[in-house]
Design a binder for this molecule. Structure first.
Ligand code: BGC
Length: 353
């Protein structure tokens, strides 16, 4: 099967005076990424399987309208200003306490009520394989201090990676933690669950969480726990184990502490044996959230009219650790006016017979 492109007209509109469209990136291997500047959302990602059939390996919707009316899953979007949770929506910077929306029980999640996933970014497709998105988040937008100018570049590289580069500058001290929230299924979106995918995560520790998914501050060794992916195993092998941490999130919903030896580290490797698609995740970030789609609902059909259900996909969200603003022992997420935020993540695809 060749890549089946979604109809760009179903994304064309003007929102608050800003143009929304669907952009198509390609590379010489025939891979295709379709991305909308609404939320910087990766809508489709077509890569070859071991038999040279193309598969769309990300969940998504076929119209802009469905993204706008179903924001809670964050399918494929850029998440910010702070990806993941901040306890009770509060943090202190320079002796001033800031209050954010509590949109996940008592906590703040993924940037708040209207995060970067719902922003209309200014888009510029600079060539067939590169899309540049910019967004200026105003001072105190969603309660975060400082005007923050963000650029996200999506590139479909010739060696078959979706490369995401983030830059940001601020005019006041602020916090920042950006990620992409793609939901992957290497058998193709809508083709069953991901429990049989083999996963390896380059991490000896994870940040343990309390009942509300906020880190306790401890880094717990994965050894002898169901969270151990240091050696490849299927996602499903231990997902239902009788282990407190797994019950909290109804499956995997945990931040791993990546073993960092270089600037850009291999954080995770996923192999799906039937399609033979392999995805390597490289990142400059210190953490990666494994989320096994535990709360996916089937209220809206996916882009090819298939039902999505819990565990129909997994996310590997590269990031700083959750609740870092309130955890002095975690790597800092503070951005100062004279600094530049810079972060790179690659989802690189290959095949295995
Ligand atoms: C979080 C999950 C959440 C999901 C969708 C993930 O990044 O870790 O807890 O349900 O996003 O919002």
């Amino acid at each position: 099967m060749l890549p089946q492109l979604l109809n760009a007209a179903d994304f064309d509109t003007i929102l608050n005076g800003k143009k929304v469209a669907l952009y198509t990136l390609t590379n010489k291997q025939g891979s295709v990424a379709q991305i909308t500047n609404y939320g910087g959302t990766v809508v489709s990602l077509w890569v070859k399987d071991k038999e040279d059939n193309f598969k769309d390996v990300v969940l998504g919707y076929k119209t802009l309208e469905e993204y706008r009316t179903n924001p809670n899953a964050y399918f494929g979007s850029i998440v910010g200003r702070y990806a993941n949770r901040i306890a009770k929506g509060k943090f202190t910077l320079d002796n001033k306490t800031y209050t954010l929306a509590t949109n996940n029980g008592e906590n703040h999640l993924h940037g708040g009520t209207t995060g970067f996933d719902a922003a209309v970014w200014v888009a510029k497709q600079t060539c067939s394989h590169t899309l540049e998105l910019t967004y200026v988040s105003g001072d105190m937008e969603e309660g975060y201090p400082g005007n923050l100018a963000v650029t996200v570049q999506y590139q479909l590289t010739e060696d078959n990676a979706l490369k995401i580069t983030y830059w940001a500058i601020t005019d006041k001290t602020t916090i920042i933690n950006l990620t992409n929230h793609s939901y992957f299924n290497l058998k193709g979106e809508g083709n069953g669950d991901i429990l049989d995918h083999n996963l390896q995560i380059n991490a000896e520790k994870f940040t343990s969480v309390d009942q509300t998914c906020i880190p306790t501050g401890e880094l717990i060794p994965v050894k002898n726990t169901p969270l151990d992916f240091t050696k490849e195993k299927t996602i499903g092998k231990d997902i239902n184990a009788n282990y407190d941490q797994l019950k909290i999130g109804n499956g995997y919903d945990h931040n791993y502490v990546i073993n960092q030896t270089e600037t850009l580290n291999l954080a995770a490797k996923v192999t799906e044996p039937t399609a033979g698609i392999v995805m390597d995740v490289f990142t400059t970030e210190p953490g990666i959230q494994l989320y096994t789609g535990n709360f996916i609902t089937d209220t809206v059909l996916g882009k090819t009219n298939k039902k999505y259900h819990p565990r129909a996909a997994f996310c590997l969200e590269t990031q700083h650790y959750p609740d870092s603003p309130n955890k002095p022992n975690f790597p800092s997420v503070i951005l100062q006016p004279k600094e530049e935020y810079h972060s790179v993540t690659l989802y690189k695809f290959s095949t295995k017979a």
